[in-house]
Design a protein around this ligand. Structure first.
Ligand code: MF3
Ligand code: CO
Length: 257
């Protein structure tokens, strides 16, 4: 089994820098979400920004992934490949996932944005997905176990009649984009690794308005809900400290989206 790495104070500082650039890239992408914009234009802007900061996009060429961002519209849950043929329209919900690598460390974060006016159900889905992250990380305290986070996310989401994806999970993050441990968004509390100060993890609830089952399209990436229901995603990279979780993917002015 892969070992969980604890980051030294110096490494934590580097993780904060990677996280800041990643959060700023997410914010910039969020501000571009408007009817008529293509997901390829957003991807290009994300790449340009990350590179302007002296960083490299973590996702570009990762296992052959062709973009710098994953941009997932409506029933696409995650890993939507940016395309000039995907033109955003009023009423869409758009999940943007970005990663930046600098100084030997990655940041990883995501959020779902409305495109113009969206339905009340879509608004609720976005809000519940975002809040489920905060419910989850209230349990991200040294001495707790990984699945204490998982359980809190699932309980909160299902309380609204929505469902959590099982086939994809959160993860440790650091010098590699994906490190141990896995951080599922479901399951009973009290299982998995014990959380320790210096651990850095990406907590990322993926929530469906309908059933939790998903499938991957023939392109090998685009992951959609099997029932065609809407999906949302929210993610931050966090550091476990002696005083609880610290969000690493925050912008210069301390915003998370
Ligand atoms: N945030 C996603 C993750 O944690 C992004 C990975 S997309 C990939 O897995 F292209 F890099 F695979
Ligand atoms: Co991630």
């Amino acid at each position: 089994m892969e070992l969980i790495t604890l980051k030294s104070p110096r490494e934590q500082e580097l993780m904060r820098r990677a996280g800041r650039i990643t959060a700023q890239a997410r914010k910039l992408a969020g501000e571009m979400i408007k009817p008529g914009v293509t997901t390829l234009e957003i991807d290009a802007a994300v790449r340009r920004f990350i590179e302007s900061q002296g960083a490299t996009p973590s996702f570009l060429n990762y296992s052959g992934y062709p973009g710098s961002a994953c941009i997932s519209v409506n029933e696409v849950v995650i890993h939507g490949i940016p395309s000039r043929r995907i033109v955003l329209k009023e009423g869409d919900i758009v999940s943007v996932d970005v990663g930046a690598f600098i100084g030997g460390f990655h940041g990883d974060c995501a959020a779902t944005y409305p495109c113009g006016e969206i339905s009340d159900e879509a608004k609720k889905l976005i809000e519940v997905t975002r809040q489920s992250f905060w419910e989850g990380i209230q349990n991200a305290r040294a001495g707790n176990r990984v699945s204490d986070i998982s359980h809190a996310v699932q309980k909160y989401v299902e309380g609204f009649g929505f469902s959590v994806v099982r086939d994809f999970v959160g993860h440790g993050v650091g010098s590699k984009l994906h490190e141990a441990p896995e951080v599922p968004n479901y399951g009973p509390a009290g299982h998995g690794a014990r959380l320790q100060p210096g651990m850095t993890i990406a907590v990322e609830p993926m929530v469906c308005a309908g059933d939790w089952r998903v499938r991957v399209l023939k392109d090998g990436w685009t992951t959609v809900t099997e029932d065609g229901s809407l999906a949302a995603h929210y993610e931050n990279s966090i550091l476990i400290t002696d005083d609880g979780p610290e969000i690493l993917t925050v912008t210069e002015d301390g915003a998370y989206e």
